[in-house]
Design a protein around this ligand. Structure first.
Ligand code: SF4
Length: 378
């Protein structure tokens, strides 16, 4: 079996100027660093409160100093040796008519410097979902995806992923949008190609002293990297979604080259091991299925999907495709989506039709990265 690099007891993550990255550390790491600075470990949770609590979400150490709750000496030490910012700068927010907001961030450091990454805030009646990016570009080359055309430019570090959530939480608070309830890793990038940073970010997202999201409200989506998804599920309490999109190896290998490495049988077998029918109560995997006209939307596909998911605790999401310029694919007509849905549901599968949101702000699934592409072609 392939050995994957593990997260280690490590040096503390630092920025180019040598300052430690406060948003890039799990609680255990932050406690070690705080003790290393000669303070009590409880300073770590205090810091997290200032960084992540909805009523604080501090941008600068000075906000802590002015509150009078934190000692001046410790504040000066923090200013000298640590960075509050997650090394992304919010440069623009585009609001679509349905209320979806696309947040554009400039990457301030690293190989992706000056590049743009995007997060999308999607309101519905009962939820406010944030879709975050984990990489600048993506190396997986899925044929229907605009981000895939960029190739991989760089990984985002833990602090950069966490920063997207903090900025969205602040925006939701300041604009009275309610609480961000869900976070999905479905923006730019294959999250499991950047596994260590994503695992640490998920830890910070679900830690009750951190961003305190409920564990089943944080979902990481993969194109199907089997060793990495096994490790993710064994180390993270967050949920897993797999982008399936086809029911034969022939079609899936064409749509998603990752299938040439881990074919459908290998992928589904791994999922059945990770999500046994009995045992780990209430755990299931989400299967995402983008409906592409005349490619994967036939009733034979529906039958194969039913067979593939036999004995796999899963929820299937059928997603309408957003065609983009130069795309060779088209969305399935709604009546075909409904017929497909009914065929799968009639066999007892839990299946939902998802409508795209925010199309007019180029923020819908599969359209992230459009700004970057336009930027590249100028
Ligand atoms: Fe990458 Fe996801 Fe696009 Fe595939 S669909 S190229 S994994 S961003």
């Amino acid at each position: 079996a392939k050995t994957l690099p593990t997260r280690g007891p490590t040096n503390y993550p630092t920025a180019a100027d040598g300052k430690v990255l406060l948003k890039g550390m799990t609680l255990a790491q932050l406690e070690r660093w705080v003790v290393h600075c000669g303070e009590k470990p409880s300073r770590a949770l205090q810091l997290w409160g200032w960084l992540f609590r909805r009523d604080k979400l501090a941008r600068t150490v000075d906000e802590m100093r002015r509150s009078g709750e934190v000692s001046r000496k410790w504040c000066t030490q923090l200013e000298d040796s640590a960075k509050m910012n997650g090394r992304l700068k919010l440069t623009e927010t585009v609001v679509a008519t349905d209320g979806t907001r696309k947040l554009l961030f400039q990457v301030l450091e690293g190989r992706g410097k000056q590049r743009t990454v995007e997060a999308v805030l999607i309101p519905t009646e009962s939820r406010l979902t944030l879709c975050v990016s984990s990489q600048v570009g993506c190396g997986m080359n899925c044929q229907f995806c605009l981000t895939g055309r960029m190739g991989l430019l760089s990984n985002l570090d833990t602090d950069m992923i966490v920063e997207q959530v903090v900025v969205a939480r602040r925006m939701a608070r300041d604009e009275d949008l309610g609480e961000v309830t869900n976070v999905v890793f479905m923006g730019m990038g294959e999250p499991l190609s950047n596994l260590n940073s994503v695992l640490d970010a998920c830890d910070i997202l679900v830690d009750t002293g951190g961003l305190a999201f409920s564990r089943n409200k944080v979902t990481v989506s993969t194109s199907g990297l089997v060793p990495e998804l096994r490790r993710f599920c064994s180390e993270s309490p967050a949920s897993l979604a797999v982008s399936l999109n086809a029911t034969t190896d022939e079609v899936r290998s064409w749509l998603m080259p990752v299938n040439r490495r881990y074919n459908l049988a290998t992928l589904i077998e791994a999922l059945k091991e990770i999500f046994p029918r009995e045992g780990r109560a209430q755990r299931h995997v989400f299967l995402e299925y983008i409906m592409l006209k005349d490619i994967n939307d036939s009733l034979e596909d529906a039958e194969r999907l039913v067979r593939l998911t036999e004995d796999l605790p899963c929820k299937i999401n059928l997603i309408s495709f957003n065609p983009h310029d130069g795309s060779e694919f088209f969305p399935s007509p709604m009546e075909q989506v409904r017929a497909f849905h009914d065929a799968v549901a009639s066999k007892g599968r839990v299946v939902t039709i998802r409508h795209s949101r925010g199309d007019d702000a180029s923020a819908a699934c599969g359209q992230l990265g459009i700004t970057e592409l336009i930027g590249n072609s100028e």
